[in-house]
Design a protein around this ligand. Sequence first.
Ligand code: MG
Length: 379
Amino acid sequence: MRKIILLGATGSIGENTLEVVDAHRDAVELVGIAANTRWRELAAIAQKYAVKHVAIFDETAAQEAQGSGTFPAGTRFYVGLDGLIEIATLAEANLVVTAVVGTLGLKPTLAAIHAGKDVAVASKEILVLAGQFVMAAARERGVSILPMDSEHNAIFQCIGEEKRHVDRLILTASGGAFRDYTLEEMARVVPADALKNPNWNMGPKVTVDSSSMANKGLELIEATWLFDLPESRIDIVVHPQSIVHSMVKFCDGSVIAQLAPPSMTFPIQHCLFYPKRLAGTRPSLDFTQAFSLEFRAPDYGKYKCLRLARAASRAGGIAPAVFNAANEVAVDAFLKGKIPYLEIPEIIERSLEKIPNRVPVDLDDVLAADAEARLLSGQ
Ligand code: MG
């Protein structure tokens, strides 16, 4: 029986996770749930799945929740960052799913690993900012880091027991909303244009990141940590259909790919029951119907964010954290109409130039770099 703590229960990954839980109530139990502010949604989830432990990061929201009388009788509440850390280390859980937005999930995730729990990682920041600490702690404690992002989950499935035979990883990318735009056309886009992803239904930040391929850049950095390979051994290929979720090329030249329809329920379910496989919640690919798969190299001239992510990954130290923070600030400014679209990579580049790189000593040091980059790129 999987007994899970779901950090980020009210977001889009949380929603998809609940869909999988719903389909397999006899194989998985929701022990605890956490969210930042949306306590009404948490209350509904707590009622439906009889969840006993509820964490809310925002203190005002937590107060409202506790006084609302909408949670099941006897609910135990956890508040703030300490609350998130406490719920992530509950003795009765054996898997923590980290799907909270931003850097909020870092400390709870590390605490869960130290407490000996397997962790399914959906939040990009966990590995982009703290890859070395997370992987080292997981090795030390002998726990599994299960990648929930579709690309990394695909690679994880393709590698199987053959890690030592891996030659290269091939990360696929939809190419986002502007994959057929020229650089001149990209210069004129407005937020509404960037919020249309052709294949995936995601939140606004990720959708913009997908259009600029900053998202693939973050995934590239994550992959270096998860699979212990330098960025030079990870290729990126534009695959407009988003059916091949990534591939692995082995030393003998064979390539293994993982295919599924573009729905997060597939990688989520794989993580929840790994190494077992249970019946899927959605229809899979139907090969009796004709469809085609295309692949093409990304235009690095057009996707500057991708170039910068590769450079940040090569540089190591706090550079990936700076890349991530500057991108987040820039995307926010773009969505608010304060900067043009192509200013996003410029802000990232300036931040990477201005902040001297260093090897972080611990998680707090990385978080300090994150804060510094946010301050600087917002100016
Ligand atoms: Mg992805």
